[in-house]
Design a protein. Structure first.
Length: 228
């Protein structure tokens, strides 16, 4: 283990340990999370998903940081994505049971609020499939665009807020990897089951779990970046 790996683990411990050690702090977190869900979505994704990207950088290059990587711009972008993901969770976790009821399923909202059973698992899987088939490809593509923009502008905050040349960046994207690996493999084989678990969790913990999955996403993107 390199010294940088030790420092990375130390940062992770410092971020999470207080919530396990202090009951008062954990109670405050639960209260703030309930009252300010969108703010906490920004914070969770800004911290955890950015840590995931740093871990991905470590896997792909051997280092946690490099000039122009743009840690702060990435954190801001991830925070905004976190709020969008929270809204998507609300929309799909509400809309899919409503669609299921329209198609003849008896009390799908009650099933989702009830104890774990086969019907609840199937409904959670349905929510995950709809979310990841409709929302995820757009999100992943836009994430790729913002990631490319941050690198192209030197990883600076000023560069982040310059106009994004959408057409040029979309032409630069390796669509063989984006489709053949990111869409075709990670969505059905990882994100479908991962977010099935997400929608089986209580509503207040879903965004945190999704943010933790952002760490996994950082590793996935690192693997995708290394593919020819």
């Amino acid at each position: 283990m390199k010294r940088s790996d030790f420092y990375f683990l130390l940062i992770v411990v410092i971020l999470f340990a207080p919530f396990f050690v202090s009951e008062n702090l954990y109670t405050w977190y639960q209260s703030f999370n309930t009252e300010h869900g969108m703010v906490m979505s920004f914070i969770k994704f800004a911290l955890l998903s950015t840590l995931g990207e740093l871990l991905g950088l470590r896997i792909s290059t051997g280092y946690y940081y490099r000039t122009g990587f743009g840690v702060l711009p990435r954190a801001i972008v991830w925070g905004i994505f976190g709020m969008a993901i929270n809204l998507a969770f609300i929309i799909f976790s509400t809309g899919v049971p409503a669609a299921a009821a329209y198609l003849g399923v008896t009390d799908p909202a009650g099933i989702m609020a009830g104890p774990l059973c086969l019907s609840k698992i199937l409904l959670a899987l349905s929510i995950s499939v709809c979310l990841n088939s409709i929302f995820a490809p757009v999100f992943m593509t836009f994430h790729k665009i913002t990631d490319t923009h941050i690198l192209a502008t030197g990883g600076t905050l000023r560069g982040l807020f310059t106009p994004i040349p959408m057409g040029d960046i979309m032409q630069q994207i390796n669509w063989h990897v984006q489709w053949g690996f990111v869409f075709k493999k990670t969505i059905p084989f990882f994100w479908y089951p991962a977010h099935t678990v997400t929608f089986l969790l209580p509503g207040e913990t879903r965004v945190l779990f999704a943010a933790l999955l952002g760490v996994v996403l950082g590793v996935i993107l690192a693997i995708a970046a290394r593919k020819k």
